[in-house]
Design a protein around this ligand. Sequence first.
Ligand code: GAL
Length: 802
Amino acid sequence: MVKKITLAFAILLSVSIFAQKQARIVEDFNKNWNFKLGDYPEAINANFNASDWRTLQLPHDWSIEGAFDKDAKTKQAQGFLPAGKGWYRKTFTIPASWKSKTISIEFDGVFKNSEVFINGKSLGIRPNGYISFGYDLSPYLNFGQANIIAVKVDNDAQPNSRWYTGSGIYRNVRLVTSEKLHVGKWGTFVTTPEVSTKKSKVHLEVTIDNDNDTAREFTLVTSILDAKNKEVANKISIEKISAKTFETKVHNLDVLKVQLWNTENPYLYKVVTKIYEKSVLVDNYETPLGFRYFNFDSEKGFSLNGIPTKIYGVCLHHDNGALGAVENIHAVRRKLTLMKEMGVNAIRMSHNPHSLEMMQLCDEMGFIVQDEAFDVWKKKKVTNDYHKDWDAWHKQDLVDFIKRDRNHPSVMMWSIGNEIREQFDSTGIAITRELSKIVKSLDVTRPVTSALTENVIEKNFIYQSGALDLLGFNYKHEDYKDFPAKFKGQKILASESVSALETRGHYDQSDVIKAWPTKYGAPFDGNADWTVSAYDQVKSYWGATHEENWKTIKSQDFMAGTFIWTGFDYIGEPDPYPYPARSSYFGIVDLAGLPKDVYYMYQSEWSKKTVLHILPHWNWTKDQEINVWAYYNNADEVELYLNGKSLGKKSKQNDDLHIEWKVKYEPGTLKAVSRKNGKVVLEKEIETAGQASKIDLKADKTSIKNDTYDLVYVTVSMLDKDGNLLPNAMDLINFEVTGGGKLVGVDNGYQANLESFKSNSCKLFNGKCVVIIQSNGKKDNVQLKASTGNGIPISSINIKVN
Ligand code: GAL
């Protein structure tokens, strides 16, 4: 029962909110774990000798540390990297004075089949490698003495995925300590039943756990803070809860003059929940809050805050290139920054729950999120995938996924599955209804969708279930034109499209385009060096070129938008190439994070930047006929010059997305000039590169935090004496990192590179590679030295520590 609170008490409490310190303690629990590959059931015991185990900091992925092996059980789909079993173990103490508290451990993701033991006692198993989970450790802890936590990870049964998963505790781990009366796990749910810049309504449900043996009376305080931490609304109530139970309490608040969250100005508020017992703060908990409203319309597509907004989306897998599955907020921010600069406004979390950092940064950086739960249901795609765990786990996994993510303002769609096999058989009807019901029991503010491939109504049982609010279709862009008539009144999105292939910096000049086989299983007549031309011409037989797809989406208003497969290359699924190809070709950006040319087509269409980009490079054989392409915007025409001589003006006609010339090669300078109303908008020059003379090192940051997590990405390029990139350079570069950093990954973006991502050297590919340096915790400046050993001077850069 909510008692009436006097004004004086309310004022007293709201003042004291800010005076009191935190009650909940959230600790980084990533450090000082021991790890060993293999199976060690005895490791759960206190007297187990782990002296030969490696000490490491989580997150950790042991697959990425291994060698590529043609015969790996993971197969090509997972990039020929090893999997297997591994154990983690950690000793820790908890102060004796914390006996009265609830102490739990939170895992953001363990791939896969984890079992967690505390002081010899199993806390539970979790088959799903993408799901976040936790356990209450309190009943089993030795207060004031040593405790042993052991985690078994079993990724042995292979193949179990269509892409690279990684193995181990690859996301963050935290220890959370609170009083016995506290906000439950993912215990808040905030919605905004009314949003307007004048006055908005906030509805907050808080689930409170009372782990005490006695009933409790407490004060629940909700405070909404704006981005500058200024309170804009509050609510206080006196509540009661019985012993050993949990209950949900509700606060409704009004907020005046809100700033809306959108993709350009992702303004974030936060809800601070505090629990007081006899005016002592016993728990504090934060929930992100964004004020936005959106709508999918069967004729007009998507709108955000009333403004028609095409979804300019990309699908992303969870790996971080050379870091493997290891999650790191700096790696995620770099990926999202590259996407943002390209003009992307939406991310599809393919095909499974992503990390907390990913969700948090989508809120902060302004991306519309399609959050996705599953790639398989009961029917398998590969032998040992999630279908084996479906019966026992899908309900719990779906509930936990929604509860974890439903407070993120960025999330605007719940996808219950990607290209699910059950769309082709009648069991799909019941399962779709069941899943949709689970989602709606937890959140009715976002549509339920699924990424379908079958657009023949009689053949698609997921569609026939009638339980989808939004239809996602993958590929077959030529069919879209028929959809409004066929799926009358339905809201439609191209949940996945394109699957075109490119290798960064590789350009085939032949008029015969090396293409994907026209049928599944037909021999692939690709390049002998496993490259694919970076002109946007090569596509999978089910896909489209980037231009074909975008022209279709752009011209069809009913289509809410598109998610391109994929924003980045990812490890695994290098179809259609055989070994040694081990990572995908589908990315708009390569695995190392270096954009392919088509990045600029999207930038010219999706972003507000003024763009002029020309391709290819300018190092060819005399008199060779070269296709020169330009992507541009905000101009009427582009004029091309070779060594000062005009090769003519061109402009995009009709729905063209690029212009092109055929140019007889001669060395020198190729220059493009874009003009509007006769005035120069932009100029771009590419010069024929001469002899290699300098290793250029460009860091993405000037300083690094000494926190053992921060990352600096250094792009390495081979230049001639005038600073031109050598577009064909393949030199082996040796790296040495000293001071406050260590090398944690190298990559050149070449899909068939079998050198280890963990090596101290890397071959340039088409002139470039990337080195990733991580803080090692020392408060020293970092120095990176790069050398070739073939006469080119050693280069070095310093990165300040702060
Ligand atoms: C899609 C699938 C993706 C990926 C892609 C490759 O059908 O949903 O996961 O496999 O094909 O083109």
